[in-house]
Design a protein around this ligand. Sequence first.
Ligand code: HAM
Length: 428
Amino acid sequence: MTALTAVRGMNDILPSETPRWRDLEATMARLLLARGYQEIRLPMVERTALFHRSIGEVTDIVEKEMYTFVDRGGDSLSLRPEGTAGCVRALIENGWVAQEGAVHRLWYAGPMFRHERPQKGRYRQFHQIGVEAFGMPGPDVDAEQIVLCARLWEALGITGSVTLQVNSLGTPASRAVHRERLVAYFTRHAADLDEDSRRRLETNPLRILDSKNPALAEVIAGAPSLPDSLDAASRTHFEDLCRLLEAAGVRYVHNPRLVRGLDYYTHTVFEWITDRLGAQDAVCSGGRYDGLVSRLGGRETPAVGFALGMERVIALLEQAGHIPTSSAPDCYLVWAGDGLDVAALRLAEDLRRIEGLRVVQHCGGGSFKAQLKRADRSGARFAVILGEQEWATRSVQIKPLREDQPQRTLPVSDLPAWLLAQGLGRSA
Ligand code: HAM
């Protein structure tokens, strides 16, 4: 029989790793709350057409990477490869952009699915925290989101591991001008292109600029650059964004070749990249997508957002030596003796009334010695020992497991105050 293993590129996140994930989630949630972003929870499966119409027919994601299937009702559905499309769908469906001037700040977190070739930092099920803002057309909210990322790196202690790249794709009109120039240029150099790029020349010439084929580097370097095609309004939007970033002390590099792999972007695009994770260098990316809400059937609504790749941020945290918040228990209740099961259960429950105190009650029997071994392995700071002798005097013994302190006996009634005095639990 073949072993039932996890699907390639879809990983377990083990208890040894989850504390770091929770630290990232908690830090991000705090920063988002401080800026008025509200959490939205979205389905993992959507109609396939949603992704075709939003991400774009001729993108790698839609052409090659989606997990698409026909369900028992005959509908074509896909596991979400990203969260923006579903978020916009939900916004329209719930009537949140029906009124002019509607403004929303939203975030979501969860798994996304892309059938890419798995390697370090690139998975088939990976996790994003996504942030989206609707109804605000100016560079102020673009800056708000980029500065939010900068604050996240600071809070996590990884500012030195990432750099910010920004660019502007301009309006659809200025993109059209650029597209014409690109097509003319690449048609002249068609002989230097690879097969993929020749095909893209017909369908999505901007994406040729994104090619990872080193043989194309030279021809790409000579291609007309986007900034030269920007109209005055796009240029001002971008300059204002740069000014705001400078005022906030956020360093950036203007990369005129940054185009992004999804079709919905307009104006600002940005990527936080790292040189510490090998080929998978994008840690967090996004931009403005003013045309998407109307393209999906809503009213004209400006929007901007980004998503960070949680696996990649976690890898940077690990490299930076980040020490995750401990999830070890504070006390491990060791108990044995005739008829003490009720007393032990009650004692554990009484202790858990202390806010924030973590108490593991030993279950499954065994000698005191065996139980103390378990207590030690649990990482608990103290073993609280309840035997027949202790119970007769309504007391417990406390054995410090991490510190060189003597074992002591305490009346059960004094135990809560003693634990609080050790700095355990949060006294309400
Ligand atoms: P994206 O650039 O496709 O954008 O993905 C965002 C981030 O997800 C990337 O920067 C990367 O860190 C992470 N990521 C992508 N693919 C993988 C993978 N296979 N394995 C591990 N991590 C990965 C979006 O998804 C847009 N929805 C972002 C956005 C939101 N734009 C506007 N609003």
